[in-house]
Each structure stands twice: as structure tokens, then as C-alpha cells.
Design a protein around this ligand. Structure first.
Ligand code: KIV
Ligand code: ZN
Length: 387
């Protein structure tokens, strides 16, 4: 039996924190409904105490979305935890997600607290929260740069107080995959009560390693991963949900795990987020970029026509896209061109005529970036007039 990895979506919280990605109440609800269709396990709807707008959106999402666990972020203070509780009152399955930084640099310069004070605070807030929340997640902010022995102590301490999900963020995207694997392995081997909790990872993408680090953590035993649609998030973003999920699905031979994600909703989720935020996805972005399932090179197109697996490791249909895109351009070959003529209803040219039109097409393609059906039709009509 393979493990099922929980997908914790933080598009509406960490994702929304990135420049240009803010959404209003209505937009957040629309996105949350799509995340429900995508079948994520947890939606982090916001940071209830951050602003009245955030409070309202956590509340609205909690009231409207019934089949997914809804989480609110909170700092390690009674005031924050109480606000999260208030906002999540209507949720069918509420989760508190509270956090406290544990690395030396954060404790000294940001919190101005000693390690012993941080430990005591994290434990005290778990005790406080367990009276009002059934499910509690603790995040040791900047965990990947925290002294391991201290991290083990704090995780053991909060688990003893009823925390059942321990998240160990790579807050500044500093980790590398091999290191991240050992980091999770270290937690599994050194936190005595770790079997009572799920290990979660939350990886930022500052070195472009967000997805690779997340996958390494899964291999080391993490049971929950935090991510965002299109990888939006602070600075270079968070690990991208669609990339993690499709890597796990496509390389199941390696990872041997499942997710509950309905992958055919991936493309729609990506498009909706782009529509709501106005933040475009780069064309060559894995899985959801415009070119992710487009082929222009003649050799590739020829291979694809014979057997799609020559150049496609997953089907466009698996992410909810209708079909592979064959783009006609200067790199395309005659096979794809003939197929295009066929699809436009022109299959009665002689072999010589096809070669002539194809040559004219190549001349045009050298001058023009995008060749449309209209351009091809113009070439065809020109040829018909000349016959
Ligand atoms: O990146 C981070 O450490 C976070 C935590 C608050 C979970 O977003
Ligand atoms: Zn984060």
C-alpha cells in the first residue's frame, strides 16, 4: 500500500502575500471553490489577524467550503490564535497553523528572544490552543537554518502538548535536495515522539529548488507538503503544486506515493489564478505554461505523430488540457505541415504542389514568429490561383 501525501495549499495565504497577487474577498472564494474541485486536502485561507479583509476571507472560506480542512495562520500569541479561532468558527474541519521562528538569526534579530524563551512560548501556545482547536499545526519558521538539536527539542515539546502536524519550512529557500532529505531523516531519527505527528514541509523557491526539495522530503518520509498554484509566493515563490503533484504521478515508479489531487483540474486552477491576479505564467513553465505541451521542431512533431510518448511524458488530458499543440514554425517539418493542410480541409494537392506551398511556408516562417491558420490559408489560396 502506498502512502498518501497530504496537499496543503497556501495560495490564498503565502501565495497572496507576493507582490501583485492580492485578491479580494469574492476572488478568494472563487479560488477556494476551485481548490476544492482540485481536491486539495487543506486550504490555508489566510492569516486571520493580519487585516480585517484577511479575517473576513478566512471566515467566508471556512463557512462556504465544507469538504476541505480550512486553516488560518497565527503567530505564537494568544491574540492571534483567538482571532484564528474566531474566523474559523464556521468551518467543518478547522485547523490552527501557528508559527514561531527557531533559527538563531531569527530568534536574535527578529524575535529578540532566547532559545529557552522560544521553546517555552511554542509549548505554552500549544497548551492554549488545544483547548479551542481539535487540530493544530506548528511551524518552526526558518527550520532548515535552525540548529538541529534545538529543532528536535522544540518539535518534541509541541508534539507532547497535542500538536499533530509539525511543519519545518525552508523559509528562505536555502536548502538543497540532498540536504533536505537528511534534514527530514534527522527529524525522524531524533524526535522521540515523531510517530505521533505528520512531518510537513514548506519550501520556498529562492534557488529554484522548491519542488526538488519538496520531493526529497517526501522520499525521506514527509507526509504533508505545502505549496501554491503556479508557485506564487514570497520572493521567488513557493513550491508549485502542479509540479509536485505531476512529478509524483509521472514518476510513481520512484516516489511510490499517491495524492488526492484531481489532476484534470490543474490547468483550470492555474488559469483561474492568472485571471484573478493578472499575474501571468511564463510560457515555458512546467505543466501549466503555454508551451508545456506544444511542439514545434519537425523531428519532434514527426515523432509525436507516430507515438506521443516519443516526446511527451504525461498527457495534456491528465492536467485537463484538451490536446497537444502542434505549433507550425520555421522548425516544423513537412509531416506536420501536411497534417495541418489536412485539418484545414486541403488534402488534394499533388506531392509537388505540397512541396511548393511548404517552401513558401518556410520563407514566411523565417520572417514571422507565429504562423496562424489564416497565414496557411493565404498560402493555399495563392497556390490555387496559380494552378
Ligand atoms: O515560509 C515560512 O516559513 C512560512 C511560515 C509562516 C509557515 O510561510
Ligand atoms: Zn512561506
Amino acid at each position: 500500500m502506498s502512502r498518501t501525501i497530504k496537499i496543503f495549499d497556501t495560495t490564498l495565504r503565502d501565495g497572496e502575500q507576493s507582490p501583485g497577487c492580492s485578491m479580494n474577498l469574492k476572488e478568494k472564494l472563487e479560488m477556494a471553490k476551485q481548490l476544492e474541485r482540485l481536491n486539495v486536502d487543506i486550504i490555508e485561507a489566510g492569516f486571520a489577524i493580519a487585516s480585517p479583509g484577511d479575517f473576513e476571507s478566512v471566515k467566508l472560506v471556512a463557512n462556504e467550503i465544507r469538504d476541505v480542512t480550512i486553516a488560518s495562520l497565527a503567530r505564537s500569541t494568544e491574540k492571534d490564535i483567538t482571532a484564528a479561532h474566531e474566523a474559523l468558527k464556521g468551518a467543518a474541519n478547522p485547523r490552527l497553523h501557528y508559527f514561531l521562528a527557531t533559527s538563531d538569526i531569527h530568534m536574535e534579530y527578529k524575535l529578540r528572544m532566547s532559545p529557552e524563551e522560544v521553546l517555552a512560548q511554542a509549548i505554552a501556545m500549544a497548551r492554549f490552543a488545544r483547548n479551542i482547536f481539535g487540530e493544530i499545526e506548528f511551524s518552526a519558521e526558518d527550520a532548515s537554518r535552525t540548529r538541529p538539536e534545538f529543532l528536535y527539542r522544540i518539535l518534541e515539546g509541541v508534539i507532547n502538548e497535542g500538536v499533530t502536524i509539525v511543519n519545518v519550512p525552508d523559509t528562505v529557500g536555502y536548502a538543497t535536495p540532498e540536504e533536505h532529505f537528511k534534514f527530514i531523516e534527522g527529524i525522524r531519527n531524533n524526535v522521540p515522539n515523531i510517530d505521533k505527528a505528520t512531518i510537513s514541509v514548506h519550501v520556498h523557491n529562492d534557488l529554484g529548488l522548491g519542488v526538488a526539495n519538496t520531493l526529497a522530503a517526501i522520499q525521506a518520509g514527509a507526509g504533508q507538503v505545502e505549496c501554491t498554484v503556479n508557485g506564487i509566493g514570497e520572493r521567488a515563490g513557493n513550491a508549485a503544486l502542479e509540479e509536485i503533484v505531476m512529478a509524483l504521478k509521472t514518476r510513481k515508479d520512484i516516489y511510490q506515493v499517491e495524492t488526492n489531487i484531481k489532476t484534470t483540474e490543474i490547468y483550470r486552477s492555474s488559469r483561474l489564478l492568472t485571471k484573478l491576479t493578472g499575474v501571468k505564467v511564463q510560457p515555458n513553465k512546467a505543466i501549466v505554461g503555454e508551451n508545456a505541451f506544444a511542439h514545434e521542431a519537425g523531428i519532434h512533431q514527426h515523432g509525436m505523430m507516430a507515438n506521443k510518448e516519443t516526446y511527451e511524458i504525461m498527457t495534456p488530458e491528465s492536467i485537463g488540457l484538451k490536446e497537444t499543440k502542434m505549433v507550425l514554425g520555421k522548425h516544423s517539418g513537412k509531416h506536420a505541415f501536411v497534417e495541418k493542410l489536412d485539418s484545414l480541409g486541403y488534402n488534394n494537392f499533388t506531392a509537388e504542389e505540397v512541396i511548393e506551398i511548404f517552401e513558401q511556408f518556410k520563407v514566411l516562417a523565417d520572417k514571422k514568429k507565429d504562423i496562424s491558420d489564416k497565414d496557411i490559408l493565404a498560402l493555399v489560396e495563392q497556390k490555387q490561383l496559380a494552378i
